[in-house]
Design a protein around this ligand. Sequence first.
Ligand SMILES: [Zn+2]
Length: 176
Amino acid sequence: MRPDLEVADIFRSAGPTYRAAHAGHLSLHQLKVMSAIETCRTAALGGHVEACEDCGHWRVAYNSCRNRHCPKCQGAAARTWLAEREADLLPVGYFHVVFTLPAEIADIAWQNKALVYDLLFRAASETMLTIAADPMRTNRKSAVSPLSASSRLTASPASSLKLSASIGNWSPRSMS
Ligand SMILES: [Zn+2]
């Protein structure tokens, strides 16, 4: 069932004005993503016929953009991925830890993504390992384990970089 308002509706309505206002500041990649989302499952991408082999019922459906940023195309895939990641989690409480770099580093990171992100991940990992190994910093009945860490890196050129890590907290005895 189609929701009342989709991202594509917003893009089709406000996209032309947004593109005009930000002309020269949007990358070709960003423009392609906007176009894909706007035209997904419309006559612009053509259509195909879907038919049931049992009852013979058929219908014409518009083609999908298949862009990985399109919420209509990737919504089901994202839900499946999330369910699979949740199945990996231990049945314990989790803490959300955020590592932030100063905004001044954003420009350097933007030009040297692999190097800066690698440094950020390594620094975050070493920090969590150090804290987990220090009994003075952890609850005696529980331990923080970076083994269960799942990380997500968010960055934008205009703001500071953030590395989010979810850290599980459980008793080591329960592992045996
Ligand atoms: Zn799509």
